[in-house]
Design a protein around this ligand. Structure first.
Ligand code: C5P
Length: 215
């Protein structure tokens, strides 16, 4: 993809919240900063950006079309409405893998006994996009691995039919959730791996977008 100017780009960002009852949810520590940095840098490069964002207090420029969502199902539905017209899709959201099977209609009362919540899988957005992808669309996934990082990221790339996978390092201080900085390696389908230094999320976003335009 020689340049992003005029290209339709979809970016998912932030966590998702999966309701337990009207006041409680299962969530994670994602701030949305990485995905929002990608959206901001893509706009500067002339892309038309749709940002589908889970609960995040991080603001974004008005020229970004932002769709705020709560749950994995909401994010899936919003992505499906937009995907057909996209040239590039970057899925940086930390989507919950499981949600409570039954959501209580009123606040669950405290009892002396324990409480079990049955969970069911959420829809896998990246996997669904990999199946729908046309040859003109570029699909980029994110991976956060604790063991066998490269091996797992590579098999995820193949399994989910992505063109690129951005591997977040958990090993490095200052990288990942909530931080202003991140350290990533980017894998492609031809077994190339590009490893970057720890840098600001804006700089990481520039690196990712540069790799996309070079791909
Ligand atoms: O398989 P895993 O959840 O580790 O894959 C991470 C990648 O998949 C990220 O790009 C994330 O945004 C995406 N994902 C998704 N829908 C899910 C779970 C993960 O799009 N339900």
């Amino acid at each position: 993809m020689p340049e992003l100017k005029g290209k339709n780009m979809l970016i998912t960002a932030g966590p998702t919240y999966e309701a337990i009852d009207p006041v409680r949810f299962i969530g994670n520590h994602s701030s949305g900063k990485m995905g929002i940095a990608l959206a901001e840098e893509a706009i500067k490069l002339g892309a038309k950006v749709t940002l589908i964002c889970g609960p995040s207090s991080v603001p974004s420029t008005e020229s970004i079309k932002r769709v705020d969502v709560i749950s994995a199902q909401n994010m899936f539905d919003a992505v499906m409405l937009e995907q057909a017209k996209m040239d590039v899709m970057i899925l940086s959201a930390a989507v919950a893998d499981y949600r409570p099977k039954n959501v209580a209609e009123s606040k669950i009362k405290k009892k002396d006994s324990g409480l079990s919540i049955e969970l069911e899988p959420t829809p896998d957005i990246l996997d669904s996009l990999g199946k729908l992808k046309t040859k003109n669309q570029l699909l980029v996934g994110f991976a956060l691995e604790t063991d066998n990082e490269l091996e797992n990221a590579h098999s995820k790339l193949k399994k989910k039919n992505c063109d690129l996978i951005v591997l977040n390092s958990l090993q490095d201080a200052g990288a990942g959730f909530g931080h202003e900085t991140n350290k990533v390696s980017i894998l492609d389908r031809h077994n190339n791996i590009t490893t970057f230094e720890l840098k600001s999320k804006a700089e990481v976003a520039k690196d990712i977008l540069r790799l996309i335009t070079d791909y």
